[in-house]
Design a protein around this ligand. Sequence first.
Ligand code: AMP
Length: 212
Amino acid sequence: MIVVLLGPPGAGKGTQGERIAAALGVPKIATGDVLRAAVKAGTKLGLEAKGFMDRGALVPDAVILGIMKEALAEPAQAKGVILDGVVRTVPQAEGLAAMTRDLGRSVDVVLAFDIADDELVARLSGRTTCDKNQKPFKGLEPGQPCPDGCGGTLVRRADDEPDAVRNRLRVYREQTAPVLDWYTRQGTRVAHIDAVGSVDEVTTRALEAVGT
Ligand code: AMP
């Protein structure tokens, strides 16, 4: 089963994606995580992506399509995959459709996380993220060790600063929201879920929408 998670930054796609992936027994791919790891490692991909990411802009489609292609070729994805933040523009959705078609597969469902902008700004400006396992945490300060004990340190993502957040929300409305209409026009099932509530409540809604 291929599930695409769509929603603005801070809607909880990463957290819910982990849980949906565990419930379905399939891996999750997040292009944001792949890119942050590349930036940290100082690879060519990381150097190319960093400027876009820091100001909350999208990394060029060709770069993302390259990451998608490599990820989808992994044998671990044969049973299915959860794509978190992987499809953010219509050309990316078209590219993914072509890749899955070549593999004799298709996107089964798009989960759209619905949430108001005010709630997002509050969530993002109050979060820190582990620089190792990439998990977000609420109410903890940068510099503290990761509470998961993974050895990482909590950092404030440059793109969680207010100006970058505003830019990410604008980019979402202008470039990513149209992807929902694109999938609807293709006849792909798009399920809207209310992303406000406890983590457990949202997981229950997401799993119902996926049909498990
Ligand atoms: P995320 O962790 O999903 O919020 O992604 C962090 C940043 O990585 C985004 O603000 C973009 O700069 C970049 N990024 C991640 N996924 C994509 C994508 N599918 N298309 C373009 N840029 C992306």
